[in-house]
Structure formats: C-alpha cells, structure tokens
Design a protein around this ligand. Structure first.
Ligand code: HEC
Ligand code: HEC
Ligand code: HEC
Length: 367
C-alpha cells in the first residue's frame, strides 16, 4: 500500500488524473489495469480462443455488411479480369494462394491465419468484396488497396475474385502469364531480365500490352516513361499494380527500364476501339472544343509531332486505357510528371462522349 502511495505521489498531476478517470469510468480503468499488468497474451503463435475468433469474425462481417457500397459493379470484361489477375499475382498470392499455388507458410502462422480465398469468396457479395479489398481489415494482416483513389482497380480485382472459386490452375496461369506464344522473350540486359519478366506478364514481352488490358510501352517517349515510373514509385501517380510492381527498384533500374521499352518497336495490334465516334474524336484532336476551352490535342500530342519528350504518344494505345486516364485527369486523380497538371484543364472540358470519341480516334491510329 505504501509503495502504491509512493508511486502515485511520484508525478502527482498524472496519477491524480488516472485516479479521476478510474472513479469516472471503472470499466475502462479495469481494462487499463489488465493491459498494464502485461498479462494479455499477444503471441501470434498461440492463436485466438474459439470465442474470440468467432467474435472478431462476426464483428468484421457486420462491419463490412454495413459499409459495403450500394453501387452496381461495372460489367465484367476480359480486360478487367486480366488486370485483376495480374494484380492478384503481385500482391495477394503469397498470402492467399491460388489454384495450383499453395499459400506461403508464414501466412498460416498469423493470427488470424490467412484464409484460402477460393473457399471464401462465395460468402461475400461483389460490393462486400470491393469494400474488403479497398479498405483492408484492421487487427489482421489484410492490407488496404495501396492506391486508395483507384476504385476502378479494386473493381477489376472483384471481377477476378468472382471467378477464383471455380478457376482451374491452367486458367490462372493463362490469365497471369499469358499463353506460351505470348511469352517469346525479347533481348534485355542480363541484370534487367528478372524485372522485365515481371513487366512482361502485363505489358507483354514486346511491350505492346496484352489484349488491350494494359498500356503499350514499346516506342513510347523515353523521358515520359522514366517520369511515369518515378511518379508511380513515389506515389505521385496512383496505381495499385504499378506501385507494387516497382517496389524496391532503384532509380538506376527505372532508367534502364525506360531505355529498354523506349527502344522496342511499337507494332500495331488489333484491339477494341470501344464505341466512341472516331470522326468526332479526330475533330477534337485537330481543333479542340472552342466553346468549352479545350485546346486541340494535336497542339501537344501527335498527329503533329510531340512538342516535348515528356509528352506521351497516344496512337495505338488501347481505347479503354486512354479513356480511363482522361477520366482520372478530369477527377483530379491522375498524377504523373511535373507536366501532368497541363492535362487537368484539358480533360475537365471533355464530356463522357468526347472522351470515348477521342479515345477511339487515337486507339484506331497506327502507333
Ligand atoms: C499479408 C497477408 C495478406 C495479404 C498480402 C492479403 N491478404 Fe487478404 N486477408 C488476409 C487475412 C489475414 C485475412 C483474414 C481477415 C479476417 O479474418 O478478418 C484476409 C481476408 C481477405 C478477404 C476476406 C476473406 C474472408 O472471408 O475472411 C478477402 C476477400 C481478401 N483478403 C482479399 C485479398 C486480396 C484481393 C489481396 C491482394 C490485393 C489480399 N487479400 C492480400 C491476409 C492478407
Ligand atoms: C500486374 C500487371 C502489371 C505489371 C506486372 C506491370 N505493370 Fe505497368 N501498368 C499496369 C497497368 C494496369 C497500368 C495502367 C495503370 C494506371 O491506370 O495508371 C500500367 C502502367 C504503366 C506505365 C505507364 C504507361 C503510360 O502510358 O503512362 C508504365 C511506364 C509501366 N506500366 C511500366 C511497367 C514496368 C517497367 C513494369 C515492370 C517493372 C510494369 N509496368 C509492370 C500493369 C502492370
Ligand atoms: C498543353 C499540352 C497538352 C494538351 C493540349 C493535351 N495534352 Fe494530353 N498530356 C500532356 C502531358 C504533358 C501529358 C503527360 C502527363 C504526365 O506526365 O503524366 C499528357 C498525357 C495525356 C494522356 C495520358 C497518356 C498515358 O499514356 O497515360 C492522355 C490520354 C492525354 N494526354 C490525352 C489528351 C487529349 C485527348 C487531349 C485533347 C483533348 C490532350 N491530351 C491535350 C499535355 C497535353
């Protein structure tokens, strides 16, 4: 008792405060006392008691049900599926496993252990999966989506998760790595080979993209490529897959990557140009939209020569990608190089039909 009094007298204002709180909130004080005693077990190796496990999962289910958005998911397309699968292989497969791919042992040694998703996805609606992947789950190892503003990418992931429950290992391999004929390697410096192998899963061995799901890198302006890579690496441009793909790469490697892709020849590939009005797109590129103060795209981009090496070429890029970037600029969610602010006023004058038109026009041109 004497020691307790001495301890209390040591820093009187602090102790008095604690006593006052204890008097006002006895339950809180008890919890504090238990925490201070050090008796609460926190070893992940011990797992939870059954009842704690049940209680936490129940709380999580209720919380997700309350917060999941009401909006309908965008229509599932092969492009969405490919992007979702590619991002899953980068950021999720080690913990959750996939068809033909066991979970990493560490993911089962967590509390709670990481569930195998193929068994779990059926328990959630699309909107609930969206919420879990976007926000993550507190007090567990389940991370939030690293690019919080890219809800479009989270919906891509949901379209992949929806199929995961019934997916064969062959299908998973095809979605993530492409068919064998898509995998004919292209020359790259020896020390860049492993990195380029990762990029190739999505951007194709030859840098021309895959099935219109990913932007073309081959033949793009070198300075633009380098600035874009730096912008993702520093988080100035948000993209969950790209930020993960570049994690841990040095600036020297980013330079090598920009050199590598800028030097590859851009070949034309057949891809869907969407349902935008190509004629109208061509007019906007040539003349802009005077009444809405949209300058001619061609005053910076092709068909007139790009004015600066930091201005990307757009021709032959998938229409879906171009349209998505324009929408992101318009919503002020698209970062990039120091020149990216030039695009915001341009895109904010474009309406949905203009965006689809100009995207269709550039996608229909030869790269
Ligand atoms: C570091 C390991 C780890 C990584 C990486 C991870 N997760 Fe999880 N995930 C977990 C854990 C642990 C849970 C269980 C959470 C719980 O019990 O509430 C979980 C739960 C989930 C759930 C809910 C399943 C359920 O019924 O409990 C989904 C869906 C999910 N993760 C998707 C993903 C996706 C998609 C990715 C990649 C973007 C990902 N996770 C990355 C550890 C991880
Ligand atoms: C999992 C699939 C995936 C992988 C792997 C991947 N990327 Fe990407 N990449 C994407 C997607 C999707 C986008 C479009 C992102 C956006 O909307 O901002 C993109 C965008 C880019 C861009 C911007 C293109 C532009 O026109 O602005 C560059 C540059 C790029 N990636 C380079 C790389 C390099 C180099 C690697 C390898 C280190 C790589 N990517 C690995 C999916 C991937
Ligand atoms: C004042 C110069 C300028 C004008 C005019 C302009 N742009 Fe851009 N645009 C840029 C710059 C600079 C970038 C690169 C931004 C960055 O660094 O990420 C860009 C990027 C883009 C991108 C992203 C490309 C990619 O690979 O991710 C699209 C799409 C685009 N512009 C479309 C258009 C369209 C359509 C128009 C006409 C309506 C237009 N731009 C007019 C300067 C301009």
């Amino acid at each position: 008792m004497r020691r307790l009094l001495l301890w209390l007298a040591e820093k009187p204002w602090q102790r008095l405060g604690l006593l006052a709180i204890a008097a006002l909130f006895p339950a809180g004080a008890l919890a504090l006392l238990i925490a201070a005693s050090g008796l609460v077990p926190i070893a992940a190796s011990d797992g939870h008691w059954r009842i704690t496990d049940w209680f936490l999962h129940y709380t999580m289910q209720r919380s997700v049900a309350l917060r999941a958005p009401a909006e309908q998911p965008p229509a599932a397309t092969r492009q969405r599926l490919l992007r979702g699968a590619g991002a899953y292989e980068l950021s999720c497969v080690l913990c959750h496993g996939a068809p033909g791919r066991p979970q990493a042992p560490f993911s089962l040694a967590m509390t709670p252990p990481t569930p195998s998703l193929a068994w779990k996805v059926g328990e959630w609606s699309d909107q609930q999966l969206f919420w879990i992947v976007h926000k993550g789950v507190k007090y567990t190892a389940m991370p939030a989506w690293p690019a919080a503003s890219r809800e479009d990418e989270v919906w891509d992931m949901v379209s992949f998760l929806r199929e995961l429950g019934t997916m064969s290992s062959e299908r998973y391999e095809e979605l993530v790595f492409g068919s064998p004929q898509q995998r004919t390697p292209v020359a790259a410096p020896e020390d860049l080979r492993d990195t380029v192998d990762v990029c190739a899963r999505c951007h194709g061995e030859h840098g021309n993209g895959r099935d219109g799901a990913f932007p073309r890198l081959a033949g793009q302006q070198r300075a633009y490529l380098l600035e874009s890579l730096r912008a993702y690496a520093s988080g100035r441009r948000q993209g969950g897959a790209m930020q993960s793909a570049l994690a841990g790469l040095s600036d020297g490697t980013l330079r090598q990557l920009a050199d590598h892709y800028a030097a590859l020849p851009a070949t034309s590939v057949d891809h869907d140009i969407g349902d935008g009005d190509v004629q109208r797109g061509s007019r906007i590129a040539d003349e802009g939209l005077r009444d809405r103060r949209v300058p001619a795209c061609g005053s910076c981009h092709e068909p007139n020569r790009p004015r600066s090496a930091r201005i990307p070429t757009l021709s032959g890029q998938p229409a879906e990608y171009l349209a998505q970037q324009l929408r992101l600029f318009k919503q002020q969610r698209r970062g990039g190089s120091d020149h990216a602010h030039l695009m915001q006023p341009v895109a904010s004058g474009l309406e949905d039909a203009d965006i689809d038109a100009v995207a269709a026009y550039y996608a229909s041109r030869q790269p």
